[in-house]
Design a protein around this ligand. Sequence first.
Ligand code: AMP
Ligand code: MN
Ligand code: MN
Length: 329
Amino acid sequence: MSKIKSILSQVTESQNILILGHVMPDGDDISSVASLTLGLKQLDKNCLGAIDSPIPEYYKVFHGVDQLISYEEYSDFSPDLVVVLDCSSPDRVGRFESMLSQCKTIVIDHHATNTFFGGTNWVDSSYAATAQMVYTLNKALGVVYDSRLATVNYLGMATDTGFFRFSNTDERVFKDAAELVKLGAKPHFVATTILENKRIEQLKLFCVMVDHMIVEDSLAYSWLSYENYVENGCADDDSTGFVGEMRSLRNIEVAILVTEYPKGEVHVSLRSKNWFDVSKVAAVLGGGGHARAAGCSFKNTRLEKVLNEIVSTVKDHLWGERSETGEVS
Ligand code: AMP
Ligand code: MN
Ligand code: MN
């Protein structure tokens, strides 16, 4: 609670506030940056929300999202406070990283792999979503919620819990989400916008991933090359959720999807179902995340090389650890 008090007083004392999210933003990140930016603007702060990656088009129907700016659009803003949301390490803000050493920085995050890189760090992995921490902060600041703000703040709670299915789904996230629904959040609108808004090209790309998939015991893995994306008229955010479909297979504990987009940039998405901690594997490879969902990224490399490395690292940990803990499949 003293962390929140310190954040409240720093926000109150500051006038020009920059709010940053992470590269390749997900629903929780976009929701958190938009909701805090809207909240602080309501309190007459000169406030700017920024993310150094394109924001997928379908998020732009949510209030405040089309006002978030890119790195290219950023100029002539001298913040006296920077708030970093949903980022486990400073590199996650992309090219905004140099801002962090120039300004007073507050980090608000729920990743267990957080490196505490801010001046003030409110890091609590017991929250299912950073959007809940933003909601708590906005409430403490006296921000008034209308239906549009409630909906965009609800978005992060829904997406980071896999629409209230993942193992991080607990009483508190239901309670926070229910409060937002009472304030006018629209769960059906959020669900259809995120889950039932696919292009046919995405399903074709999904077929390629299934074609490439290998299942070995409790591990499922696959890959998508840059050429696979281009041939199917897709970009990197078109494969969002694919790795979760591999995890949904019966008896699969770990799913790995290795993707290349753009050429030479390789991203690894890791998911686990019941017990294996994928964040530890991701952290060893310079990435991060949560126990059941983690990732890492590489530049100037080949997909095949990364795939071989990650699969053999996961096998070592998965089958080594299972025999240690006595788990059986
Ligand atoms: P993804 O598989 O990209 O959906 O990411 C799953 C989780 O891992 C999210 O919580 C991300 O914030 C985290 N994550 C993904 N990529 C990275 C990375 N390169 N560095 C740190 N964390 C990451
Ligand atoms: Mn995120
Ligand atoms: Mn998150």
